[in-house]
Design a protein around this ligand. Structure first.
Ligand SMILES: NC(=O)c1ccc[n+]([C@@H]2O[C@H](COP(=O)([O-])OP(=O)(O)OC[C@H]3O[C@@H](n4cnc5c(N)ncnc54)[C@H](O)[C@@H]3O)[C@@H](O)[C@H]2O)c1
Length: 433
């Protein structure tokens, strides 16, 4: 087994959140600030609550991941970021109405002091929002230079040793990978082009982050950092990257249920998933171009689990449909319904109904915290490029063009735990026997 040498998690870790005033970001930041004061529990966070078993037989032992693995502690985190509105984390949280005022007030002063820097934004990519807190720049290159300066300034002002950049901003319009995304040279040339249709603002953040040596996490489904030019940049700058799209509610359930059908060799003829959602994310996704980005992400999950080419009788003809409807009265408390048509012995049909009344940002916040801590760990371990072991956290885990992504939550959990074992010099577990 190769030994991984891990740099210690000394000093402050800057966490720069894109979409700082949004629902996920403010829920994540306020929850983390409250947890580190002992005023709230970080429920849903693997890094803070889950145990890791290591060793075998008489040598088996276990401990909390945060005690076994050299992660940065919550006390070391310093928050900042960007938004297209100037609202502080406090005001953003009050607007989002995910957390109750009494919970926001647990850390009111700190939350008021965290204010966004001006954003890199283009309404072509998010048509439903009219931001006011926006950088000026003629080309994507100009804007990226400004983002790089922001990162350097934040790091200096807050005396941070390291920085991680995480996208928790709105979902951008669907963009196919094109020629300019194929390699870094073409991509950099395109950044100087006054025609900005091929480079989304999220790509500027990702580029700026890596050029400043910061890992980049994409919590939304857009192309952002998932194409060869960015993989090349990650390699060149020794930066870990990961995405896409936090796997929080409906898709998490899907990647639990589909492996169960597959394990039991039960057939599937249809899966209809619908959602009502009333927050700002729902409003953005009401635009067909942004919805298309989300739809592709949500639809991608079951094929690699069910292996239809191997089991055509069971999964060769699955009708899979995903809908999201903007319904303001529900705000962040999304309701998701799944109707699943399965079949069993001699082809007899059965149905399963799942009705998940979830709270979107309550589910996504711990994922954001874990991703920040684990990508910082990856950076300190010298692990660059796509972090497949973090697939656990994403609806559309990033992978190289010739690889098949792993979607089953249980396989992802096994990959995740084995990587942590490897990092601390322990043998992997064989989960197949
Ligand atoms: N909540 C979940 O369970 C979940 C799951 C998966 C993915 N996501 C994704 O996470 C993202 C955030 O979701 P949310 O519910 O917090 O949305 P939100 O609308 O509450 O917050 C998004 C924030 O991003 C800001 N923003 C938009 N474009 C920006 C830009 N170019 N630069 C800086 N800021 C920008 C907006 O002003 C807003 O404050 C969305 O893309 C959503 O699809 C959420």
């Amino acid at each position: 087994m190769k030994n991984i040498s891990v740099q210690p998690a000394d000093g402050r870790l800057g966490v720069l959140v894109v979409g700082l005033s949004g629902a996920v970001s403010t829920t994540f930041i306020i929850g983390t600030l409250a947890a580190r004061k002992g005023l709230a529990k970080p429920i849903g966070s693997m890094s803070q609550l889950s145990y890791l078993k290591v060793g075998k037989g008489a040598n088996q032992r276990e401990g909390l991941i945060k005690d076994m693995v050299p992660l940065a502690s919550l006390d070391q985190l310093v928050f900042g970021g960007w938004d297209i509105f100037p609202d502080s984390v406090y005001d953003g949280a009050m607007h989002a109405q995910v957390l109750q005022e009494k919970d926001i007030n647990l850390v009111a002063d700190e939350a008021r002091a965290i204010r966004p820097m001006k954003a890199c934004f283009d309404p072509k990519f998010i048509t439903r929002l009219n931001g006011t807190w926006i950088k000026e720049g003629k080309t994507r290159w100009d804007l990226t230079e400004q983002l790089r300066a922001d990162i350097r300034q934040f790091k200096a002002d807050n005396q941070c040793e390291r920085v991680v950049v995480i996208w928790a901003a709105s979902t951008e319009a669907y963009l196919e990978m094109g020629d300019v995304h194929r390699n870094l040279q073409k991509f950099e040339a395109e950044m100087h082009n006054p025609d900005t249709t091929q480079i989304a603002p999220s790509m500027c953040y990702a580029y700026a982050a890596m050029m400043e040596g910061a890992p980049f996490i994409n919590g939304a489904p857009a192309l952002t950092v998932d194409f060869p030019a960015m993989w090349e940049l990650a390699d060149k700058t020794n930066c870990p990257i990961c995405g896409k799209d936090y796997k929080s509610g409906q898709t998490m359930m899907k990647t639990v249920l589909a492996p169960a059908f597959h394990a039991r060799m039960l057939g599937l003829s249809g899966w209809f998933s619908t959602n009502i959602l009333g927050n700002r994310d729902g409003e953005v996704l009401d635009d067909p171009a942004s919805f298309k980005t989300k739809e592709v992400s949500k639809l991608s999950v079951i094929d690699s689990i069910l292996e239809p080419e191997k089991y055509p009788d069971l999964y060769g003809d699955v009708y899979h449909k995903v809908r999201i409807n903007y319904y303001p009265p529900r705000n962040d408390n999304k309701e998701a319904w799944d109707n699943i048509d399965i079949f069993g012995w001699m082809g007899y049909p059965m149905q399963i109904k799942v009705n998940f009344l979830c709270r979107d940002s309550i589910l996504a916040a711990p994922l954001a915290l874990d991703l920040v801590l684990f990508t910082d760990l990856a950076k300190r371990c010298g692990m660059k490029g796509i972090q497949k072991w973090l697939s656990f956290y994403f609806k559309s885990p990033m992978h190289k063009l010739d690889e098949v992504p792993v979607h089953s939550l249980f396989e992802q959990d096994a990959m995740f735990r084995n990587k942590l074992r490897e990092i601390i010099g322990e043998e992997p577990y064989d989960y197949t026997c």
